[in-house]
Design a protein around this ligand. Structure first.
Ligand code: ADP
Ligand code: ZN
Length: 435
């Protein structure tokens, strides 16, 4: 039986949800216009007044906000509450460029943790569970967000943070952890270490994992599920909109339900900024309608995905988003072809290789080169150079079929690619160093 954290909201009729969003949006636009000079100027420049926004049907009238605006307004320029009302800051992990800081009132922390509690409940979590949180703690939102959600649900919470993987497994065994929260790349590493320590999934009590903060493929999901003996759930969020928990997966696992009572999603064409209909791939844009201290209207996430309103078997009526396939700025353009690292990951895991790989792009004599190093599993090791070369060729041709361009594939020894305890670094684009 599917369990909900907030059944009323999670299964609300579409009409009621729209009414709730309409009311909240109108109030939010007034709040930012009155309290944030940056927004007031932006709206004035675009000739929009708070009175023009009467419901979500008017959302398209508002200007977009980008990461560049956040950097412009750094640190306090978008604050919509007096500092005396703010109790926390968090910051992006700085994967792409300068850090962005976000502010929270106690109300904002509560609603964020509530969103994480919905995710934990959807993954089967209750107050009977022992929830091991191995996202980083500190400025990064992963640890604090899931920690707060786990408390709300009433799980016994292990605030482990990331790192010291053998100790993670020791605690997991000693305390009987049933839920694991971390990045998918760290989950894969924990699975690998469990195996190296001579244990099998039967030696631990884990039943579910809540993994997010970076793109990961279905193939990676299956590989983690197998190595840890769990069901792996996706969770999505970004610091700018609070952190993890903006959307979360349910038992159906065909996309993540967006907490629409707090965040209104739109999909736009990243080039023309035109709003696209459901079902089309585009850039995800969020308007946060309940946050007090750092409310962003029509914030461009740069994450690419698809929205769907198809009925979900879990009973939730919240709109779903597909796993983001990467950010618009993660996309590599190699010899004119658009390439997402996740496409390469799909091929590698599908062909039986480990999720440990590194993509290196360079430019030699005005031509782009693509090198993919992939770790072999111990049982794939071989002294036969010819055999390895054959397998490299086979893999290169599978990648070519997927992408349309030929890479050079290097099969490397087990454990030779650095493991990630947080967000994995999968791509080194050396072309940027030359420019
Ligand atoms: P940074 O931009 O420094 O990485 P954040 O730590 O706030 O800052 O990360 C938010 C970003 O992480 C999102 O915009 C998205 O690109 C990525 N992300 C978060 N969760 C997921 C997920 N489940 N799947 C894919 N990407 C994700
Ligand atoms: Zn569902």
């Amino acid at each position: 039986m599917e369990r909900y954290w907030n059944e009323e909201i999670e299964t609300m009729s579409r009409e009621d949800m729209k009414k709730l969003q309409d009311e909240r949006l109108v109030a939010q636009v007034k709040h930012v216009y009155e309290n944030v000079e940056y927004y007031r100027n932006l709206m004035d420049e675009n000739v929009v007044k708070p009175d023009d926004i009467k419901s979500t049907d008017d959302l398209h009238k508002l200007p977009f906000l980008t990461k560049a605006d956040l950097r412009d307004a750094y640190p306090y320029g978008l604050l919509a509450k007096p500092l005396s009302d703010c109790v926390r800051i968090q910051s992006t992990s700085g994967t792409t460029g300068r850090r962005v800081v976000a502010f929270y009132t106690q109300h904002d922390i509560d609603l964020w943790e509530d969103c994480c509690a919905r995710a934990i409940t959807a993954a089967g979590g209750t107050n009977e569970d022992v929830c091991q949180v191995c996202y980083g703690y500190g400025l990064f939102t992963g640890g604090p967000g899931l920690n707060g959600g786990s408390h709300k649900v009433g799980c016994l919470t292990l605030p482990m943070s990331s790192g010291n993987t053998e100790r993670q497994i020791q605690f997991m065994r000693d305390l009987g952890s049933t839920i694991l929260c971390c990045t998918p790349s760290y989950a894969a590493y924990i699975g690998e270490t469990l195996h190296d320590m001579g244990f099998t999934p039967d030696d631990i009590k884990l039943k579910a994992g809540i993994f997010g903060a970076e793109p990961w493929t279905e193939e990676m999901r299956h590989s983690i599920e197998k190595s840890l003996g769990i069901k792996a759930y996706d969770i999505y969020g970004l610091t700018e909109t609070s952190g993890p928990g903006v959307s979360f997966e349910c038992s159906e696992q065909t996309g993540m339900h967006i907490n629409e009572d707090h965040f209104i999603p739109e999909i736009i064409d990243p080039e023309t900024c035109e709003v696209l209909p459901d079902g089309e791939v585009g850039e995800l844009v969020f308007t946060s309608i309940t946050k007090e201290a750092f409310p962003l209207l029509r914030y461009r996430t740069r994450d690419l995905c698809v929205l769907s309103r198809k009925k979900c078997s879990c009973g939730r009526t919240l709109i779903k988003m597909t796993k983001p396939m990467g950010r618009s700025d993660d996309m590599l353009i190699i010899r004119g072809v658009n390439v997402f690292p996740s496409q390469i990951e799909t091929v590698l895991i599908d062909k039986g290789y480990s999720p440990n790989y590194l993509i290196e792009v360079d430019r030699v004599k005005n031509s782009d080169t693509l090198d993919i190093s992939v770790e072999m599993n111990p049982e794939q090791l071989s002294d036969d150079v010819k055999d390895i070369q054959e397998r490299e060729k086979e893999l290169a041709s599978a990648v070519k079929t997927m992408l349309g361009i030929s890479p050079r594939v290097h099969l490397v020894e087990p454990k030779s690619i650095t493991r990630s305890e947080g967000k994995a670094v999968r791509v080194i684009d050396k072309r940027k160093l030359h420019d």
